[in-house]
Design a protein around this ligand. Sequence first.
Ligand code: 5AD
Ligand code: SF4
Length: 479
Amino acid sequence: MSKREIYETPTEILLKNQIIVNEVREKNHELYEKIGRKFKYVILTYGCQMNEHDSETMIAMLNDMDFEQTDRKEKADLVIFNTCCIRENAELKVYGNLGSLKKLKKKNPYLKIVVCGCMMQQPHIVEEIKNKYNFVNLIFGTHNIHNFPQLLNQTYGASRMLTEVWDEEGQVIEGLPVQRKISSKAFVNIMYGCNNFCTYCIVPYTRGRERSRTPEAIIHEISTLVSEGVKEVILLGQNVNSYGRTLEESIDFPDLLKRVSDISGLKRIRFMTSHPKDISDKLLEVMASSDNICKYLHLPVQSGSTKVLKQMNRHYSKEQYIQIIEKARALMPEISFSTDLIIGFPGETEEDNNETLDLIRRVEYDSAFTFMYSRRSGTPAAEYENQVSEEEKMKRFKEVLSVLNPIAIRKNRSVIGRTFEVLVESYSKTDASMLSGRSQYNHVINFEGDESLLGKIVLVKITDPRKFSLNGEFLEILE
Ligand code: 5AD
Ligand code: SF4
Protein backbone atom coordinates (compact mmCIF):
# COMPACT_ATOMS: atom_id res chain seq x y z
CA MET A 1 0.00 0.00 0.00
CA SER A 2 1.44 3.38 -0.86
CA LYS A 3 1.29 6.21 1.62
CA ARG A 4 -0.32 9.52 0.88
CA GLU A 5 1.70 12.33 -0.63
CA ILE A 6 1.86 14.66 2.34
CA TYR A 7 3.87 17.39 0.70
CA GLU A 8 1.31 18.55 -1.86
CA THR A 9 -1.12 21.31 -0.95
CA PRO A 10 -4.71 21.16 -2.33
CA THR A 11 -3.87 24.02 -4.74
CA GLU A 12 -0.84 22.12 -6.05
CA ILE A 13 -2.97 19.01 -6.49
CA LEU A 14 -5.61 20.93 -8.48
CA LEU A 15 -2.97 22.60 -10.66
CA LYS A 16 -1.23 19.31 -11.36
CA ASN A 17 -4.59 17.75 -12.23
CA GLN A 18 -5.37 20.50 -14.70
CA ILE A 19 -2.05 19.98 -16.49
CA ILE A 20 -2.70 16.24 -16.73
CA VAL A 21 -6.31 16.72 -17.85
CA ASN A 22 -5.02 18.93 -20.70
CA GLU A 23 -2.38 16.36 -21.59
CA VAL A 24 -4.91 13.51 -21.77
CA ARG A 25 -7.30 15.65 -23.80
CA GLU A 26 -4.50 16.25 -26.35
CA LYS A 27 -3.78 12.53 -26.51
CA ASN A 28 -7.44 11.74 -26.97
CA HIS A 29 -7.61 14.24 -29.77
CA GLU A 30 -4.69 12.58 -31.56
CA LEU A 31 -6.35 9.21 -31.12
CA TYR A 32 -9.60 10.57 -32.48
CA GLU A 33 -7.78 11.63 -35.65
CA LYS A 34 -6.25 8.16 -35.89
CA ILE A 35 -9.21 5.87 -35.18
CA GLY A 36 -12.05 8.21 -36.06
CA ARG A 37 -13.95 8.09 -32.78
CA LYS A 38 -13.70 9.41 -29.27
CA PHE A 39 -12.93 7.01 -26.43
CA LYS A 40 -16.11 6.04 -24.62
CA TYR A 41 -16.43 5.30 -20.92
CA VAL A 42 -19.02 3.69 -18.71
CA ILE A 43 -19.08 4.05 -14.96
CA LEU A 44 -20.89 1.55 -12.75
CA THR A 45 -21.58 2.84 -9.27
CA TYR A 46 -22.51 0.63 -6.33
CA GLY A 47 -23.59 1.64 -2.84
CA CYS A 48 -24.45 4.90 -1.17
CA GLN A 49 -24.77 8.55 -2.19
CA MET A 50 -21.14 9.16 -1.22
CA ASN A 51 -20.13 6.81 -4.01
CA GLU A 52 -22.63 8.42 -6.39
CA HIS A 53 -21.05 11.74 -5.59
CA ASP A 54 -17.51 10.40 -6.15
CA SER A 55 -18.70 9.10 -9.52
CA GLU A 56 -20.04 12.56 -10.36
CA THR A 57 -16.52 13.87 -9.75
CA MET A 58 -14.93 11.21 -11.96
CA ILE A 59 -17.52 11.89 -14.70
CA ALA A 60 -16.67 15.59 -14.66
CA MET A 61 -12.95 14.77 -14.90
CA LEU A 62 -13.54 12.33 -17.78
CA ASN A 63 -15.66 14.84 -19.66
CA ASP A 64 -12.90 17.42 -19.18
CA MET A 65 -10.45 14.91 -20.66
CA ASP A 66 -12.77 14.60 -23.68
CA PHE A 67 -13.99 11.06 -23.09
CA GLU A 68 -17.56 10.37 -24.20
CA GLN A 69 -20.10 8.70 -21.89
CA THR A 70 -21.97 5.53 -22.85
CA ASP A 71 -24.27 3.32 -20.80
CA ARG A 72 -23.13 0.05 -22.45
CA LYS A 73 -20.04 -1.87 -21.39
CA GLU A 74 -19.92 -3.45 -24.86
CA LYS A 75 -19.39 -0.04 -26.45
CA ALA A 76 -16.88 1.28 -23.91
CA ASP A 77 -13.12 1.73 -24.16
CA LEU A 78 -12.95 2.41 -20.44
CA VAL A 79 -15.04 0.62 -17.81
CA ILE A 80 -14.97 1.94 -14.25
CA PHE A 81 -16.38 0.12 -11.25
CA ASN A 82 -16.91 2.38 -8.24
CA THR A 83 -17.40 -0.31 -5.62
CA CYS A 84 -19.14 -0.70 -2.26
CA CYS A 85 -18.40 -3.25 0.46
CA ILE A 86 -21.09 -2.53 3.04
CA ARG A 87 -22.70 -5.93 2.43
CA GLU A 88 -21.43 -9.08 0.74
CA ASN A 89 -24.04 -8.80 -2.04
CA ALA A 90 -22.53 -5.56 -3.30
CA GLU A 91 -19.13 -7.24 -3.53
CA LEU A 92 -20.43 -10.31 -5.33
CA LYS A 93 -22.03 -8.12 -8.00
CA VAL A 94 -18.68 -6.49 -8.74
CA TYR A 95 -16.89 -9.83 -9.05
CA GLY A 96 -19.65 -11.14 -11.34
CA ASN A 97 -19.44 -8.09 -13.57
CA LEU A 98 -15.65 -8.15 -13.69
CA GLY A 99 -15.64 -11.78 -14.78
CA SER A 100 -17.77 -10.96 -17.80
CA LEU A 101 -15.34 -8.31 -19.02
CA LYS A 102 -12.46 -10.62 -19.88
CA LYS A 103 -13.94 -11.52 -23.26
CA LEU A 104 -14.68 -7.87 -24.06
CA LYS A 105 -11.02 -7.12 -23.53
CA LYS A 106 -10.12 -9.61 -26.23
CA LYS A 107 -12.50 -7.92 -28.66
CA ASN A 108 -11.41 -4.35 -27.96
CA PRO A 109 -7.62 -3.87 -27.66
CA TYR A 110 -8.14 -0.31 -26.36
CA LEU A 111 -10.32 -1.39 -23.44
CA LYS A 112 -9.08 -0.37 -19.97
CA ILE A 113 -10.70 -1.54 -16.73
CA VAL A 114 -10.59 0.49 -13.55
CA VAL A 115 -11.79 -0.65 -10.12
CA CYS A 116 -12.01 1.92 -7.33
CA GLY A 117 -14.03 2.80 -4.22
CA CYS A 118 -14.61 1.21 -0.83
CA MET A 119 -13.84 -2.43 -1.69
CA MET A 120 -10.33 -1.41 -2.70
CA GLN A 121 -9.55 -0.13 0.80
CA GLN A 122 -9.39 -3.76 1.93
CA PRO A 123 -6.04 -5.43 1.20
CA HIS A 124 -7.53 -8.94 0.87
CA ILE A 125 -9.84 -7.75 -1.91
CA VAL A 126 -7.01 -6.06 -3.82
CA GLU A 127 -5.11 -9.36 -3.56
CA GLU A 128 -8.14 -11.27 -4.87
CA ILE A 129 -8.39 -8.97 -7.90
CA LYS A 130 -4.67 -9.23 -8.57
CA ASN A 131 -4.89 -13.02 -8.48
CA LYS A 132 -8.16 -13.69 -10.26
CA TYR A 133 -8.73 -10.67 -12.48
CA ASN A 134 -5.25 -9.74 -13.61
CA PHE A 135 -6.67 -8.10 -16.74
CA VAL A 136 -7.78 -5.11 -14.60
CA ASN A 137 -5.64 -2.07 -15.47
CA LEU A 138 -6.03 0.24 -12.48
CA ILE A 139 -7.00 -0.08 -8.82
CA PHE A 140 -7.33 2.86 -6.46
CA GLY A 141 -9.22 3.60 -3.25
CA THR A 142 -11.44 6.23 -1.67
CA HIS A 143 -8.69 8.53 -0.36
CA ASN A 144 -7.02 9.49 -3.65
CA ILE A 145 -9.91 10.04 -6.03
CA HIS A 146 -8.57 13.56 -6.67
CA ASN A 147 -5.60 11.90 -8.44
CA PHE A 148 -7.83 10.02 -10.87
CA PRO A 149 -6.65 11.92 -14.01
CA GLN A 150 -3.02 11.24 -13.13
CA LEU A 151 -3.64 7.55 -12.41
CA LEU A 152 -5.64 7.11 -15.60
CA ASN A 153 -2.92 8.80 -17.62
CA GLN A 154 -0.31 6.45 -16.15
CA THR A 155 -2.53 3.47 -16.96
CA TYR A 156 -2.38 4.29 -20.66
CA GLY A 157 1.41 4.03 -20.57
CA ALA A 158 1.60 0.94 -18.36
CA SER A 159 1.83 -2.68 -19.44
CA ARG A 160 0.84 -4.05 -16.00
CA MET A 161 -1.91 -3.46 -13.47
CA LEU A 162 -1.40 -0.21 -11.55
CA THR A 163 -2.42 -0.18 -7.89
CA GLU A 164 -2.53 2.90 -5.71
CA VAL A 165 -4.53 2.61 -2.52
CA TRP A 166 -3.79 5.02 0.32
CA ASP A 167 -4.26 3.57 3.75
CA GLU A 168 -4.86 6.94 5.40
CA GLU A 169 -7.26 9.71 4.57
CA GLY A 170 -5.57 12.94 3.44
CA GLN A 171 -6.72 16.52 3.75
CA VAL A 172 -10.08 17.59 2.36
CA ILE A 173 -9.50 18.71 -1.25
CA GLU A 174 -11.79 21.55 -2.27
CA GLY A 175 -12.58 22.55 -5.85
CA LEU A 176 -12.76 19.16 -7.59
CA PRO A 177 -15.15 19.24 -10.56
CA VAL A 178 -18.61 17.62 -10.35
CA GLN A 179 -21.02 16.62 -13.14
CA ARG A 180 -24.56 16.34 -11.75
CA LYS A 181 -27.24 14.04 -13.17
CA ILE A 182 -30.19 16.22 -12.21
CA SER A 183 -29.77 19.97 -12.65
CA SER A 184 -32.28 21.07 -9.99
CA LYS A 185 -30.97 18.93 -7.12
CA ALA A 186 -27.42 18.52 -5.82
CA PHE A 187 -25.61 16.38 -3.28
CA VAL A 188 -23.14 18.36 -1.19
CA ASN A 189 -20.63 16.63 1.07
CA ILE A 190 -20.26 18.37 4.39
CA MET A 191 -18.01 15.81 6.01
CA TYR A 192 -16.15 12.61 5.23
CA GLY A 193 -15.44 9.46 7.22
CA CYS A 194 -16.91 8.08 10.43
CA ASN A 195 -15.66 7.69 14.00
CA ASN A 196 -18.55 5.63 15.34
CA PHE A 197 -17.40 2.09 14.81
CA CYS A 198 -20.77 0.36 14.93
CA THR A 199 -19.65 -3.23 15.38
CA TYR A 200 -21.20 -4.51 12.11
CA CYS A 201 -19.94 -1.73 9.86
CA ILE A 202 -16.95 -1.60 7.54
CA VAL A 203 -17.28 2.12 6.69
CA PRO A 204 -14.91 3.49 9.38
CA TYR A 205 -12.21 1.23 7.92
CA THR A 206 -12.80 2.18 4.28
CA ARG A 207 -13.67 5.87 4.55
CA GLY A 208 -11.33 6.78 7.41
CA ARG A 209 -11.75 9.22 10.30
CA GLU A 210 -14.23 12.09 10.41
CA ARG A 211 -13.19 15.29 8.61
CA SER A 212 -15.55 18.24 8.19
CA ARG A 213 -15.43 20.76 5.36
CA THR A 214 -15.32 24.38 6.47
CA PRO A 215 -18.67 26.19 6.57
CA GLU A 216 -17.26 28.81 4.17
CA ALA A 217 -16.48 26.15 1.53
CA ILE A 218 -19.93 24.58 1.95
CA ILE A 219 -21.84 27.87 1.80
CA HIS A 220 -19.80 29.00 -1.20
CA GLU A 221 -20.53 25.74 -3.06
CA ILE A 222 -24.26 25.88 -2.31
CA SER A 223 -24.57 29.58 -3.21
CA THR A 224 -22.89 28.85 -6.56
CA LEU A 225 -25.25 25.91 -7.13
CA VAL A 226 -28.28 28.07 -6.39
CA SER A 227 -27.05 30.71 -8.84
CA GLU A 228 -26.85 27.91 -11.43
CA GLY A 229 -30.48 26.91 -10.87
CA VAL A 230 -30.27 24.25 -8.14
CA LYS A 231 -33.39 24.28 -5.96
CA GLU A 232 -32.66 21.41 -3.55
CA VAL A 233 -29.47 20.37 -1.78
CA ILE A 234 -28.86 17.17 0.14
CA LEU A 235 -26.14 17.58 2.72
CA LEU A 236 -24.17 14.37 2.89
CA GLY A 237 -22.03 12.72 5.52
CA GLN A 238 -21.80 9.29 7.16
CA ASN A 239 -22.92 10.99 10.34
CA VAL A 240 -23.93 14.59 9.63
CA ASN A 241 -24.76 15.28 13.26
CA SER A 242 -21.11 15.19 14.26
CA TYR A 243 -20.35 17.95 11.75
CA GLY A 244 -17.81 20.50 13.00
CA ARG A 245 -16.12 18.41 15.67
CA THR A 246 -12.83 18.38 13.74
CA LEU A 247 -12.88 22.10 12.91
CA GLU A 248 -11.07 24.81 14.87
CA GLU A 249 -14.09 27.09 14.60
CA SER A 250 -16.86 26.34 17.07
CA ILE A 251 -19.78 25.24 14.88
CA ASP A 252 -22.16 22.28 15.05
CA PHE A 253 -24.58 20.75 12.56
CA PRO A 254 -27.65 22.80 13.58
CA ASP A 255 -25.54 26.00 13.18
CA LEU A 256 -24.49 24.90 9.70
CA LEU A 257 -28.04 23.94 8.77
CA LYS A 258 -29.31 27.35 9.82
CA ARG A 259 -26.61 29.07 7.73
CA VAL A 260 -27.49 26.93 4.71
CA SER A 261 -31.20 27.63 5.14
CA ASP A 262 -30.47 31.38 5.07
CA ILE A 263 -29.00 31.15 1.53
CA SER A 264 -31.34 33.21 -0.55
CA GLY A 265 -33.09 31.34 -3.37
CA LEU A 266 -32.49 27.87 -1.91
CA LYS A 267 -35.89 26.13 -1.84
CA ARG A 268 -35.19 22.82 -0.13
CA ILE A 269 -32.63 21.24 2.15
CA ARG A 270 -32.35 17.61 3.15
CA PHE A 271 -29.53 15.88 4.98
CA MET A 272 -28.35 12.37 5.59
CA THR A 273 -27.36 10.31 7.45
CA SER A 274 -28.26 11.21 11.03
CA HIS A 275 -27.20 9.09 13.98
CA PRO A 276 -29.92 8.97 16.68
CA LYS A 277 -27.35 9.39 19.47
CA ASP A 278 -26.50 12.87 18.15
CA ILE A 279 -29.98 14.29 17.44
CA SER A 280 -30.28 17.37 19.62
CA ASP A 281 -33.25 19.57 20.54
CA LYS A 282 -31.35 22.37 18.82
CA LEU A 283 -31.39 20.42 15.54
CA LEU A 284 -35.13 19.75 15.75
CA GLU A 285 -35.80 23.40 16.56
CA VAL A 286 -33.78 24.59 13.54
CA MET A 287 -35.68 22.11 11.34
CA ALA A 288 -39.03 23.28 12.69
CA SER A 289 -38.27 26.98 12.33
CA SER A 290 -36.95 27.02 8.74
CA ASP A 291 -39.45 26.69 5.90
CA ASN A 292 -36.92 25.44 3.39
CA ILE A 293 -35.68 22.53 5.54
CA CYS A 294 -37.70 19.48 4.49
CA LYS A 295 -39.78 17.95 7.24
CA TYR A 296 -38.23 14.57 6.70
CA LEU A 297 -35.68 12.66 8.73
CA HIS A 298 -33.78 9.52 7.75
CA LEU A 299 -32.98 8.09 11.17
CA PRO A 300 -31.44 4.61 11.01
CA VAL A 301 -32.49 2.62 14.07
CA GLN A 302 -30.88 -0.71 13.01
CA SER A 303 -32.73 -2.71 15.69
CA GLY A 304 -35.60 -2.29 18.14
CA SER A 305 -33.88 -4.33 20.83
CA THR A 306 -31.90 -2.33 23.38
CA LYS A 307 -29.75 -5.40 24.00
CA VAL A 308 -28.84 -5.71 20.31
CA LEU A 309 -28.30 -1.94 20.01
CA LYS A 310 -25.77 -2.19 22.81
CA GLN A 311 -23.93 -4.99 21.03
CA MET A 312 -23.99 -2.92 17.87
CA ASN A 313 -22.30 -0.05 19.81
CA ARG A 314 -25.10 2.37 18.86
CA HIS A 315 -25.27 4.32 22.16
CA TYR A 316 -29.07 4.65 22.44
CA SER A 317 -31.91 2.47 23.69
CA LYS A 318 -35.20 1.65 22.03
CA GLU A 319 -37.01 4.06 24.37
CA GLN A 320 -34.54 6.89 23.76
CA TYR A 321 -35.04 6.46 20.03
CA ILE A 322 -38.82 6.59 20.37
CA GLN A 323 -38.49 9.73 22.50
CA ILE A 324 -36.62 11.48 19.66
CA ILE A 325 -39.41 10.56 17.24
CA GLU A 326 -42.04 11.88 19.67
CA LYS A 327 -40.15 15.13 20.23
CA ALA A 328 -39.79 15.68 16.49
CA ARG A 329 -43.49 15.00 15.94
CA ALA A 330 -44.47 17.38 18.72
CA LEU A 331 -42.53 20.16 16.98
CA MET A 332 -43.39 19.14 13.39
CA PRO A 333 -46.65 17.15 13.31
CA GLU A 334 -46.34 16.33 9.59
CA ILE A 335 -42.72 15.14 9.66
CA SER A 336 -42.00 11.84 7.90
CA PHE A 337 -39.44 9.25 8.91
CA SER A 338 -37.42 6.60 7.14
CA THR A 339 -34.94 4.19 8.65
CA ASP A 340 -32.39 1.42 8.10
CA LEU A 341 -32.85 -1.96 9.77
CA ILE A 342 -30.40 -4.83 10.13
CA ILE A 343 -32.02 -8.20 10.60
CA GLY A 344 -30.20 -11.15 12.13
CA PHE A 345 -27.33 -9.38 13.87
CA PRO A 346 -25.25 -11.96 15.83
CA GLY A 347 -27.03 -12.94 19.04
CA GLU A 348 -30.40 -11.53 17.89
CA THR A 349 -33.22 -13.76 19.15
CA GLU A 350 -36.85 -14.12 18.12
CA GLU A 351 -37.70 -11.88 21.08
CA ASP A 352 -35.27 -9.20 19.89
CA ASN A 353 -36.90 -9.28 16.48
CA ASN A 354 -40.28 -8.86 18.17
CA GLU A 355 -38.88 -5.71 19.78
CA THR A 356 -38.02 -4.47 16.29
CA LEU A 357 -41.56 -5.25 15.08
CA ASP A 358 -42.96 -3.39 18.08
CA LEU A 359 -40.76 -0.36 17.39
CA ILE A 360 -41.86 -0.28 13.72
CA ARG A 361 -45.53 -0.33 14.80
CA ARG A 362 -44.96 2.47 17.29
CA VAL A 363 -42.95 4.73 14.97
CA GLU A 364 -44.97 3.98 11.83
CA TYR A 365 -42.20 4.64 9.34
CA ASP A 366 -43.07 6.13 5.98
CA SER A 367 -40.38 3.98 4.40
CA ALA A 368 -37.49 1.74 5.43
CA PHE A 369 -34.40 0.06 4.04
CA THR A 370 -34.13 -3.46 5.41
CA PHE A 371 -30.93 -5.48 5.28
CA MET A 372 -30.04 -8.96 6.41
CA TYR A 373 -26.91 -8.82 8.53
CA SER A 374 -23.82 -9.44 6.41
CA ARG A 375 -20.59 -10.55 8.06
CA ARG A 376 -17.81 -8.09 7.16
CA SER A 377 -14.35 -9.34 7.92
CA GLY A 378 -12.33 -6.92 10.04
CA THR A 379 -15.38 -5.73 12.02
CA PRO A 380 -15.94 -6.88 15.64
CA ALA A 381 -19.34 -8.48 14.95
CA ALA A 382 -17.85 -10.77 12.30
CA GLU A 383 -16.02 -12.50 15.15
CA TYR A 384 -19.07 -12.89 17.41
CA GLU A 385 -19.84 -16.55 17.95
CA ASN A 386 -23.62 -16.58 17.95
CA GLN A 387 -24.20 -15.83 14.25
CA VAL A 388 -27.83 -16.20 13.11
CA SER A 389 -28.52 -18.77 10.37
CA GLU A 390 -29.47 -17.56 6.88
CA GLU A 391 -32.90 -19.27 7.11
CA GLU A 392 -33.65 -17.56 10.40
CA LYS A 393 -32.55 -14.21 8.98
CA MET A 394 -34.84 -14.69 5.98
CA LYS A 395 -37.78 -15.67 8.20
CA ARG A 396 -37.34 -12.55 10.38
CA PHE A 397 -36.75 -10.38 7.31
CA LYS A 398 -40.15 -11.44 5.94
CA GLU A 399 -41.79 -10.75 9.30
CA VAL A 400 -40.30 -7.26 9.34
CA LEU A 401 -41.57 -6.54 5.82
CA SER A 402 -45.02 -7.85 6.74
CA VAL A 403 -45.23 -5.13 9.38
CA LEU A 404 -43.53 -2.33 7.43
CA ASN A 405 -45.41 -2.67 4.13
CA PRO A 406 -49.01 -2.33 5.35
CA ILE A 407 -48.02 0.81 7.28
CA ALA A 408 -46.49 2.37 4.15
CA ILE A 409 -49.54 1.40 2.08
CA ARG A 410 -51.95 2.78 4.68
CA LYS A 411 -49.99 6.02 4.88
CA ASN A 412 -49.96 6.35 1.10
CA ARG A 413 -53.75 5.79 0.97
CA SER A 414 -54.32 8.45 3.60
CA VAL A 415 -53.09 11.20 1.28
CA ILE A 416 -55.57 10.65 -1.59
CA GLY A 417 -56.96 14.03 -2.59
CA ARG A 418 -54.18 15.99 -0.90
CA THR A 419 -51.89 18.32 -2.84
CA PHE A 420 -48.11 18.37 -2.55
CA GLU A 421 -45.39 20.64 -3.83
CA VAL A 422 -43.19 18.44 -6.03
CA LEU A 423 -39.70 19.23 -7.30
CA VAL A 424 -39.74 17.54 -10.72
CA GLU A 425 -36.53 15.52 -11.14
CA SER A 426 -36.83 13.27 -14.19
CA TYR A 427 -39.05 10.97 -16.19
CA SER A 428 -40.47 8.12 -14.08
CA LYS A 429 -38.21 5.04 -13.92
CA THR A 430 -41.13 2.68 -14.49
CA ASP A 431 -43.18 4.67 -17.01
CA ALA A 432 -41.38 7.00 -19.41
CA SER A 433 -44.59 8.90 -20.18
CA MET A 434 -44.76 10.16 -16.60
CA LEU A 435 -42.67 12.73 -14.77
CA SER A 436 -41.33 11.99 -11.33
CA GLY A 437 -40.31 14.08 -8.35
CA ARG A 438 -40.43 14.30 -4.58
CA SER A 439 -42.46 16.11 -1.98
CA GLN A 440 -40.68 17.65 0.98
CA TYR A 441 -41.74 14.54 2.94
CA ASN A 442 -39.77 12.39 0.48
CA HIS A 443 -42.84 10.84 -1.20
CA VAL A 444 -42.00 9.80 -4.75
CA ILE A 445 -44.77 11.37 -6.85
CA ASN A 446 -45.45 10.51 -10.52
CA PHE A 447 -47.75 12.43 -12.84
CA GLU A 448 -48.34 13.14 -16.51
CA GLY A 449 -46.59 16.23 -17.81
CA ASP A 450 -44.15 17.47 -20.41
CA GLU A 451 -40.44 18.16 -20.48
CA SER A 452 -40.91 21.85 -19.72
CA LEU A 453 -41.78 20.94 -16.11
CA LEU A 454 -38.40 19.28 -15.40
CA GLY A 455 -36.61 21.18 -12.62
CA LYS A 456 -39.74 23.14 -11.63
CA ILE A 457 -41.61 23.02 -8.33
CA VAL A 458 -45.21 22.14 -9.19
CA LEU A 459 -48.42 21.42 -7.33
CA VAL A 460 -49.75 17.86 -7.73
CA LYS A 461 -52.98 16.36 -6.43
CA ILE A 462 -52.75 12.72 -5.34
CA THR A 463 -55.23 10.46 -7.14
CA ASP A 464 -53.77 6.96 -7.11
CA PRO A 465 -51.49 5.79 -4.28
CA ARG A 466 -49.16 2.87 -5.09
CA LYS A 467 -47.10 0.69 -2.77
CA PHE A 468 -43.89 2.72 -2.84
CA SER A 469 -45.00 5.85 -4.70
CA LEU A 470 -47.96 8.13 -5.34
CA ASN A 471 -49.58 8.91 -8.69
CA GLY A 472 -51.23 12.27 -9.10
CA GLU A 473 -52.53 15.00 -11.33
CA PHE A 474 -50.57 18.13 -12.24
CA LEU A 475 -52.32 21.31 -11.06
CA GLU A 476 -49.96 24.26 -11.55
CA ILE A 477 -46.37 25.47 -11.70
CA LEU A 478 -45.27 27.16 -8.47
CA GLU A 479 -41.64 28.10 -9.15
N1 5AD B 1 -24.84 -5.91 7.28
C1 5AD B 1 -26.07 -5.46 6.92
N2 5AD B 1 -26.36 -4.16 6.81
C2 5AD B 1 -25.38 -3.28 7.09
N3 5AD B 1 -25.36 -1.93 7.08
C3 5AD B 1 -24.13 -1.50 7.42
N4 5AD B 1 -23.33 -2.57 7.66
C4 5AD B 1 -24.09 -3.68 7.46
C5 5AD B 1 -23.82 -5.07 7.55
N5 5AD B 1 -22.65 -5.54 7.91
C6 5AD B 1 -26.54 -1.12 6.80
C7 5AD B 1 -26.93 -0.24 7.98
C8 5AD B 1 -26.56 1.13 7.53
C9 5AD B 1 -26.80 1.03 6.04
C10 5AD B 1 -26.14 2.08 5.22
O1 5AD B 1 -26.27 -0.24 5.71
O2 5AD B 1 -28.33 -0.36 8.17
O3 5AD B 1 -27.36 2.14 8.12
FE1 SF4 C 1 -21.25 2.63 9.79
FE2 SF4 C 1 -22.21 3.28 12.20
FE3 SF4 C 1 -20.53 4.97 10.91
FE4 SF4 C 1 -23.04 4.61 10.00
S1 SF4 C 1 -22.46 5.51 11.99
S2 SF4 C 1 -21.12 4.61 8.77
S3 SF4 C 1 -23.41 2.47 10.45
S4 SF4 C 1 -20.04 2.93 11.69
